[in-house]
Design a protein around this ligand. Structure first.
Ligand code: G2I
Length: 444
């Protein structure tokens, strides 16, 4: 009776392809975001951590996005922790992954006041020395990846909130001209890369974005190689500036490209269905604003999963800022992005995603996440077929049985409820030989 009721409510809520959310990698069975974006002439990206680009994280990063930004791997402290001694391993790994998945790479970032190596920040430099250090850094890094980087965030966060220049190692040592010099050196090292200035709190028309606007205008007038403006878009729930599209348009009208480079929308924890619905609307309106301006070329989220976000560490009590939850289930925000890119997915329903979290020569550990949006469950049953001889040996947070090739798992006493906007996961171990294809999971 319990499962019958579940089945009926699912049948009533689901339509077509949304009904099953299967699995090669625990992401939505809907059209991938990168295909939706491509149909609109846009690129959709995510920041990534190189060491995580495997398993479900790698599957989603590779299949849903058409651009990657190394979250930390290309920063000065990462690539040259000791003067003259370079570590390109994570950056190389991300570039190779992107090439294997036919993705662009946004290089991030060459000139910043943060995440510089201590030998640099603690040194005492004349302005000639500082200038030469910066030129060498830019030439070395941009040169290394010449032809492989679509766009560089050459200068990051140069302004204060009031539109004055931020007091940094670079500004204090070299004056405001460091910006033009950095762009010029980067252009010399890779003439094909699009060169950006990137900042936060420049989403709407305000003092800071106007300072950035005036800078870009003057750089263009002076013939400095500036190709784009990066609007980071680290936003707070319900606070997408009303002037976002107008602001994007005014930069475009200067003759530069625009990218939303670090989109996330943080909320006070815990998340609930009201907040997740607002977050969906926020993601949707940001992506729609970019989609509406021809020269807005890329929207990149700053981490696609709540398991890989800078927000909780920096804003205690806040989080859930990305389009996928910590179990890699797509949140309403994911569908907000999809809808702004012309996707027609239903946002109502519950779906199960299957993923292999680790695998060894004879066995593997798997996980199924059941997520609901626009509805809820009070009990659940997930079933699939193991077509390649896999055999379940153990399960937790569910009661699972296997009969022949048919596996059925029902909720434990304590996790039958899947709230609207929430998810429940269970895990299992199984054996395999030969191959271990990912099955389609049916709910109900
Ligand atoms: O702060 C959010 C972003 C603002 N715009 C520029 C971005 O480059 C910046 O990214 C974040 C990274 O996502 C974080 O991962 O920059 C942070 C530093 O300002 C990064 O955090 C640092 C942690 O503070 C370090 O403790 C950690 O060692 O990440 C490092 C590497 O994991």
């Amino acid at each position: 009776m319990r499962s019958l009721r579940t089945g009926l409510s699912l049948a009533a809520l689901f339509t077509g392809a949304v009904m099953l959310f299967a699995a090669p990698a625990a992401h939505a069975a809907d059209t991938p975001l990168r295909d939706l974006a491509a149909a609109k002439g846009k690129v959709i990206g995510t920041a990534v951590t190189g060491s995580k680009l495997t398993g479900t994280y790698g599957d989603i990063a590779g299949s849903q996005f058409s651009s990657l930004t190394p979250g930390n791997a290309m920063k000065w402290e990462t690539v040259e922790p000791t003067q003259g001694s370079f570590n390109w391993s994570e950056a190389d790994q991300i570039v190779a992954f992107a090439q294997a998945h036919n993705q662009q790479v946004r290089g991030h970032t060459l000139v910043w006041h943060s995440q510089n190596p201590s030998w640099l920040t603690n040194g005492t430099w004349t302005s000639a020395q500082l200038s030469s250090l910066l030129q060498n850094h830019i030439s070395t890094e941009v040169g290394r990846y010449k032809g492989e980087i679509t766009a560089w965030d050459v200068v990051n966060e140069p302004f204060n909130e009031d539109g004055s220049y931020r007091s940094t190692l670079w500004y204090n040592g070299l004056g405001a001209n460091y910006i033009a010099q950095a762009l010029t050196w980067a252009h010399a090292a890779d003439p094909a890369a699009k060169l950006y200035i990137n900042d936060y709190n420049v989403e709407g028309v305000n003092a800071k974005s106007t300072a950035l606007y005036n800078l870009v205008k003057s750089l263009k007038a002076a013939g400095v190689p500036i190709d784009g403006v990066g609007i980071q878009a680290h936003l707070v729930l319900g606070q997408v500036p009303a002037t976002l599209q107008q602001n994007i348009q005014r930069f475009a009208d200067l003759g530069v490209d625009v990218a939303i480079t670090e989109l996330d929308v943080r909320m006070a924890l815990p998340a609930d269905s009201t907040k997740l619905a607002q977050q969906k609307a926020d993601f949707k309106s940001v992506v729609a604003a970019c989609a509406a301006v021809t020269r807005c070329v890329n929207v990149t989220v700053w981490g696609f999963t709540d398991a890989d976000s800078w927000v909780p560490g920096t804003f205690p009590g806040y989080g859930a800022a990305t389009p996928y939850d910590e179990n890699y289930a797509p949140k309403p925000a994911y569908y907000g992005i999809a809808e702004a890119l012309g996707g027609t997915q239903s946002t109502t329903g519950c779906a199960a995603t299957y993923s292999v979290t680790s695998q060894w020569n004879t066995g593997f550990t798997g996980q199924v996440t059941i997520a609901c949006s626009g509805t809820a469950l009070s009990s659940w049953r997930a079933s699939w077929t193991y077509g390649a001889g896999q055999q379940l040996t153990q399960a937790w947070n569910a009661t699972c049985t296997q009969s022949g090739t048919a596996v059925t798992c029902t909720n434990a006493t304590y996790n039958g409820t899947v709230p609207d906007g929430g998810s429940v996961s269970f895990g299992f171990n199984a054996s395999w030989t030969g191959s271990n294809p990912v099955p389609v999971v049916t709910l109900g």
